[in-house]
Structures are given as C-alpha cells and as structure tokens.
Design a protein around this ligand. Structure first.
Ligand code: FMN
Length: 182
C-alpha cells in the first residue's frame, strides 16, 4: 500500500439479478472503491441494461485470468473491507466449501486469509422470494441447500452475512464509522 494513501473498499459483484441494480447504487455512494466483477456479473450487467457509472477513482477488475491475478492487492494492505454483494447461490456455495476458482471466490478466500472483514449480501435468504428478472418480477423458491449454505457462511470468521438491502446499508454505514477516515 503506498504510504499515506487511505485504504479502499473492495467490492465483488456476482451474477445475481436479485438486487444487482440496488448494489450498483450503493457502490456509487462510496469513495475509494475497487470492483471485482465475476464473468456472470459482467453478463448480467448487460442483460439488465445497467452501466457501471462509477465514482471518480474507482477501478474495475474483470475476471480474465486463471489465477485471479488482481487478488494480489489484498495482500498489499490496500483494502479495509470486502463487500460481496449481491452474492449468487453459486458463489455462496463455493465460498462455504472453501473453493476459490474465479475472481469473486478468490477475493473472498484471500480476504479471509488476510483477515480483512467481509460483508456478504446473499441472495437466497428465504424459502420464497420475489426477484427482478430482466423481463420483470418473478417468484423463486431457494432450495434447502441454498438456505443452508447462506447460514453456514454466516458462521465464517470475520464474515457478516446480511439478508436484506436495509441490512446491507446499515453494515456499510457501521463499517464506515469504524474507519479512521470515515
Ligand atoms: C438474468 C440472470 C439473473 C440471475 N439471477 C440470479 C440470482 O438472483 N441468484 C442466483 O443465485 N443466480 C442468478 N443467476 C445465475 C448466475 O448468474 C449463475 O449461477 C452464474 O454461474 C453465477 O456465477 P458467479 O457466482 O461466478 O457470478 C442469474 C442469471 C441470469 C442470466
């Protein structure tokens, strides 16, 4: 980490339509942020006709390398917090099993190994949900395995799993208050 530069937010976006747009809005409200975008997230962004429109100074890292090369930054003290939001059931399942085979799962695993606190907004939070598909609202019924994985992730060290947008907003505000530069 270059001397004197404040630490940044690391935000990993995955390919979940559920609260994708709302998470982009939250990202735009943060300063000092780098985005780590899964391949599916890059596709979903286009399907929902979204654009990043990021705050000045924000950097975007896309999933283009087998080794998830940008995660080296987590070892350099660049980040104070990882936000993984929205987190697909796929990414949550991999994280719970300790798998790190792409950019998003690697960022989560390396944050854990570097003791960087993580906030995860899991998609599958209830047996019945309404979610925004590209064509409008649809009902989905997360399976037992999806709900169990969300619960198991909440037991991970230095990991706060949030289950709603309001809870995500509060977790971000709390974390911001705890930072030396606010
Ligand atoms: C339009 C669209 C919306 C999707 N929404 C969700 C979602 O809300 N939750 C989810 O778990 N997966 C969702 N998926 C499926 C994921 O994108 C897919 O499982 C992908 O492999 C996840 O990769 P990632 O976890 O590496 O981002 C969606 C896919 C599409 C095409």
């Amino acid at each position: 980490m270059p001397r004197g530069e404040p630490q940044r937010w690391a935000w990993a976006l995955t390919g979940s339509g559920h609260f994708f747009t709302e998470c982009l809005d939250l990202i735009r409200g943060l300063t000092g942020i780098d985005l780590f975008v899964s391949r599916a997230a890059a596709e979903v962004l286009r399907m929902y006709k979204n654009k990043f429109d990021l705050p000045e100074g924000a950097r975007i890292f896309r999933d283009t390398t087998a080794s998830a090369a940008p995660v080296g930054l987590l070892y350099e003290g660049v980040y104070h917090t990882l936000v993984l939001a929205p987190a697909t059931s796929n990414t949550v399942a991999k994280c719970v099993c300790g798998i790190s085979d792409n950019l998003a799962t690697n960022v989560f695993a390396q944050a854990g190994k570097c003791r960087i606190p993580a906030i995860v907004f899991a998609c599958d939070t209830a047996p019945e949900l309404e979610t925004m598909a590209p064509g409008g609202l649809v009902k989905v019924f997360p399976r037992r395995i999806d709900l169990e994985n969300t619960e198991r992730l909440a037991g991970f060290e230095a990991t706060r799993v949030v289950l709603s947008l309001t809870e995500l907003e509060s977790a971000l505000a709390e974390r911001r208050r705890a930072l030396p530069h606010g």
